[in-house]
Write a protein that binds this ligand. Structure first.
Ligand SMILES: Cc1cc2nc3c(=O)[nH]c(=O)nc-3n(C[C@H](O)[C@H](O)[C@H](O)COP(=O)(O)OP(=O)(O)OC[C@H]3O[C@@H](n4cnc5c(N)ncnc54)[C@H](O)[C@@H]3O)c2cc1C
Length: 462
């Protein structure tokens, strides 16, 4: 029997949730033995091998979404300074408590962000009204924008300080199981290693959905099947949305579609940004990001338009449903994301390379020109088209023929475990935080939940 290293607390997953938990625990109790185990690589070695033409090479563990600093490592670093969106932590803890923990995340960012003080965008009543007058609901909140580069450096600084505090940061540790033996938990990893912990924090994000699912099944934790959002990444000239982006940085807008009365949302806006491909367990989906530095800006902006679907009984596999739709896009797209001009979609024809070459909007992702209507179900496609026309009323030009749609983009929130208590314990001594809990959908709330659970554990230790 090999030596098993014993810890007070093992955190599974090195994203913002796990990092913030570790930070709080070690700041308050420096003697705690803590390990953060991460299935991906160290932050500095997280390099996507897709190369110049951005074609995904289907790594087993995606460097974009996995590794220290988590899914947000290469993100735009937009930190929502409130609870209006980005999860339901406010509903779970009460707005006041959730706001307090979000503020703590903000303070930690300020401490570790070495560059100039990042810009904070305030909410804007005039834009809110303009949207309301057009049946659109602008979700409004103050947002701190670090930008991809500053966000990366800030996360790097936080990780360094955790190592200085004495945390063991273990990369390529893909956790496979957690079992109780005596009073402790034994964690086994794909690399053959085994660790022991008195308490465990599961912080595995969206990419760890299967891990959480398996854990819940094995330990008899009930789960709710949540909804799934499916749609496209939309790209156009940046100037079309500049009125919004200059004032509030990131417009997030809800629309109730006319035909189906479904909820569609425009979000994840990237001013001067790039569309990117993301590998989710071999399925390639679209996403987007932007850089803070002026010289890295493109002349385009991009955002997601997603249609929310909430399944009812007997169907309980929303993630698989969304994955199959994305898989279909990859099948038609020769293993890649599809791109189609809005004008072609409306005229019922595919986009080809020739039409794409002549397009006034130059695609920032090398995707396969094709026909998204062959992939997306009628209901979802109708919702997306109606939303584009609705958005065109507040940002004229959104529904231009040359607007590009990349398919597919999905957001999964498939399972939401039933917690034992308000400490987000799944079973005695095993806690869950962040996106993987089904509660959070963003950096701020994931970080805030990490600090909150750390406080619950500290209360228990005292
Ligand atoms: C391209 C992109 C841009 C984004 N931009 C923003 C933004 O600007 N603002 C915002 O608020 N949100 C943004 N998000 C969302 C944000 O990144 C997530 O909400 C946030 O990272 C969730 O934090 P987390 O710690 O819960 O999970 P994650 O950041 O996903 O971290 C979980 C970690 O756990 C690891 N892991 C998974 N399973 C295992 C296992 N079995 N064993 C060991 N390790 C495991 C993963 O490798 C991962 O590193 C973006 C996401 C993406 C993908």
């Amino acid at each position: 029997m090999p030596d098993i290293k014993k810890y007070d607390i093992v955190i599974i997953g090195g994203g913002i949730g796990g990092l913030m938990s570790a930070y709080r625990l070690l700041k308050k109790q420096p003697k705690l033995q803590i390990a953060i185990t991460e299935c991906g690589n160290v932050l500095e070695k997280r390099v996507c091998p897709a190369g110049k033409n951005s074609t995904c090479v289907h790594c087993k563990i995606c460097n974009i979404t996995n590794g220290f600093a988590g899914a947000g490592a290469f993100s735009d670093g937009k930190f929502n300074l409130g609870t209006a969106y980005g999860g339901t932590l406010g509903e779970e803890l009460g707005e006041e408590t959730a706001d307090k923990y979000i503020k703590e995340v903000d303070n930690i960012l300020n401490e570790y962000c070495t560059s100039d003080i990042p810009k904070v965008y305030k909410s804007n009543d005039a834009l809110k009204l303009k949207c309301l007058q057009n049946n659109l609901r602008l979700l409004d909140m103050n947002v701190k924008h670090l930008g991809t580069d500053n966000n990366f450096l800030t996360m790097q600084n936080i990780i360094k300080s955790l190592a200085d505090f004495g945390a063991d940061l273990l990369h390529f540790y893909n956790c496979k199981s957690i079992e109780k033996q005596g009073g402790d938990y034994i964690l086994t990893y794909e690399n053959g290693k085994t660790l022991s912990a008195k308490k465990v924090i599961i912080a595995t994000g969206r990419s760890g959905a299967n891990f959480v699912n398996d854990f819940c099944k094995e330990h008899g934790v009930k789960t709710h099947s949540n909804h799934v959002d499916i749609g496209v990444r939309v790209e156009m000239k940046d100037i079309i949305w500049r009125e919004f982006s200059e004032k509030i940085y990131e417009p997030k807008i809800l629309y109730k579609t006319k035909t189906f009365e479904d909820r569609c949302r425009m979000f994840c806006f990237n001013q001067g940004g790039l569309v990117s491909a993301e590998n989710n367990h071999g399925i390639i989906t679209a996403n987007g990001h932007s850089f803070a530095q002026k010289e890295k800006k493109t002349e385009n902006c991009n955002f997601a338009i997603l249609s929310s679907i909430r399944f009812t009984e007997p169907f309980d596999q929303p993630t698989e449903y969304a994955e199959n739709i994305s898989r279909l896009a990859n099948m038609i797209g020769n293993g890649n994301v599809l791109v189609q001009r809005f004008g072609d979609l409306i005229r019922g024809r595919r986009t080809n390379e020739h039409r794409l070459m002549q397009n006034t909007v130059t695609p920032t992702l090398k995707a396969t020109a094709g026909d998204i209507s062959l992939v997306l179900p009628h209901r979802i496609l109708t919702n997306i088209i109606e939303t584009i026309y609705a958005l065109d009323k507040v940002a004229p030009g959104t529904a231009n023929d040359d607007t590009l749609l990349y398919g597919c983009e999905s957001k999964y929130y498939s399972i939401r475990p039933v917690f034992m208590n308000k400490k987000f314990e799944l079973i005695d001594g095993v806690y869950i935080i962040g996106d993987g809990s089904g509660i959070c959908r963003g950096l701020s709330q994931s970080g805030a939940m990490g600090i909150y659970v750390a406080d619950c554990i500290l209360d228990n230790l005292n």
